[in-house]
Design a protein around this ligand. Structure first.
Ligand code: NI
Length: 181
């Protein structure tokens, strides 16, 4: 069993890709990040590169096959809006929102998912300091979606039975594609 420092040290950065459902790494519970090292900063840079290229607004480390507790986000999808959450925890949830949600590990699938409308998060930043941020609407949705990833919970687990049925074909295609590798 690799510890999380080893997981981070051994990453082949140029070889990182966004992994898709049903890759088993997406189901693993992730380990705490031991500290903000150069390797962590390099991983974060690479994750932003992959996230922006895929036109996403959030990306969790397990989505690039690195099962540690870290995610990046850019709710405004601006290159200058780069938010990093290391060892994050949700500290407050309030209200509710119902809207479409996608995931870079489920290309071309979006589904209605009910979420809290406000979410507060506590995390360590790239500077090593703990900070707190309150997100609303899309930002709150990103927080909850990415926290799900760190716990091995996926979009497909948040879909209702009707949504799952309507995406049956697309999900099956992803399963078949993965099976061919
Ligand atoms: Ni996702």
């Amino acid at each position: 069993m690799m510890d999380s420092e080893e997981k981070i040290q051994r990453i082949d950065l140029p070889g990182l890709r966004i992994v898709r459902y049903p890759d088993p790494r997406l189901r693993e519970a992730c380990d705490e990040v031991p500290g903000v090292s150069d390797a962590v900063r390099a991983l974060v840079d690479r994750m932003f590169e992959l996230m922006f290229a895929a036109r996403g607004v959030g990306l969790a480390a397990p989505q690039v096959g690195v099962t540690v507790r870290l995610f990046v986000a850019s709710p405004t999808f601006q290159d200058t809006d780069r938010r990093v959450y290391i060892n994050p925890q949700l500290t407050m949830l309030d209200g509710s929102q119902d809207g479409d949600e996608g995931c870079l590990s489920f290309p071309n699938i979006s589904s209605r998912v009910k979420r809290y409308n406000v979410a507060a998060i506590r995390a360590t930043g790239l500077d090593g300091n703990v900070f707190e941020e309150v997100g609303e609407e899309l930002t709150a949705r990103i927080f909850q979606h990415e926290m799900d990833h760190l716990n091995g919970t996926l979009l497909v687990n948040r879909m209702g039975s009707v949504a799952k049925l309507s995406h049956r074909r697309a999900l099956k295609n992803l399963e078949e594609e993965f099976g061919k590798k």
